[in-house]
Design a binder for this molecule. Structure first.
Ligand code: NDP
Ligand code: 8X3
Length: 250
């Protein structure tokens, strides 16, 4: 029986590409997200392996636990968890940032990741094996102006990843972090609340990373031999040198 990978935020961008890439590597896929139509679409398109979908909001700890508890017996041996669901909400100085945006980022990017991990870990502990890949960000390594709370949420992902690795080392569970720079997905559209022009300007004049680039990296990480754990990878577009240094063609 092939291994099972659970990917959060599989309805779009990095998560969706990762679901397809891991399927290509032979994993059976549990795909999660809030948008049911996107999950259905994914299930229809991803036909090379069996796909199971779970629709929940990672902010709702009861719903997260219920969804994982609802997995049928044949889908409970989750070996890979990709904690990818997340977004930035707004980009404003701290003095004018919206509290609702701060709540969303902390609740989704930090608490959501913890809720999903808490629910899935017992399935890995039973098997005494597993691999958790947390999707961090360059924003979790460096702060940039107006990135305050988004950065804080990704610094938290970085800290939680390091802590998880220490706590789970005796259980034989690998923990890795992938920290991308600019990836062209729906990320900026969400951040700028549907303003497509502003979103497009984030990637203007550079060859940004694509979701597929990150998916291939995650697939590489989770297909290393059992004794190898790639602890963390910072991956940038060639045109990006740091969170704030981006070389754009005019
Ligand atoms: P997208 O907006 O394309 O995808 C975000 C995914 O997260 C969607 O599938 C969305 O699903 C899911 N999601 C968001 N909120 C929730 C929620 N409350 N409950 C459940 N699922 C949720 O962005 P990306 O693919 O770019 O982002 C994926 C991850 O990569 C995020 O953690 C992001 O911070 C990180 N990242 C992105 C970078 C970039 O430049 N794009 C760079 C570095 C890191 P749905 O709406 O259906 O719930
Ligand atoms: C997303 C990358 O630079 O927009 O995490 O914060 S950035």
């Amino acid at each position: 029986m092939s291994k099972i990978a659970l990917v959060t935020g599989a309805t779009s961008g990095i998560g969706r590409a990762t679901a397809f890439e891991l399927a290509r590597k032979g994993f059976r896929i549990i795909a999660t997200g809030r948008r049911g139509d996107r999950l259905e679409e994914l299930q229809q398109e991803l036909t090379v392996v069996p796909v199971y979908t779970l629709q929940f909001d990672v902010r709702d700890k009861g719903a997260v636990q219920q969804a994982i508890d609802s997995l049928p017996e044949a889908w409970r041996q989750v070996e890979v968890l990709v904690n990818n669901a997340g977004n930035a909400h707004g980009m404003a100085p701290i003095q004018s940032g919206a509290v609702e945006d701060w709540d969303a980022m902390i609740d989704i990017n930090v608490k959501g990741l913890l809720y999903v991990t808490k629910a899935v870990l017992p399935l890995m502990l039973q098997q005494r094996k597993g691999h958790i890949v947390n999707v961090g960000s360059i924003a979790g390594k460096e702060v940039y102006p107006n990135g305050n709370v988004y950065s804080a949420s990704k610094f938290a992902v970085d800290a939680i990843t390091q802590g998880m690795r220490m706590d789970l080392v005796q259980e034989g569970i690998r923990v890795s972090e992938v920290a991308p720079g600019l990836v062209e997905t729906e990320f900026s559209e969400v951040r700028f609340k549907g303003d497509k022009e502003r979103a497009a300007s984030v990637y203007k004049g550079i060859a940004a990373l694509q979701a597929q680039d990150i998916a291939e990296l995650i697939a590489f990480i989770v297909t290393r031999p059992a004794h190898v754990n790639i602890a963390e990878v910072l991956v940038l577009p060639t045109a990006q040198a740091s969170a704030t240094v981006v070389h754009r063609q005019q």
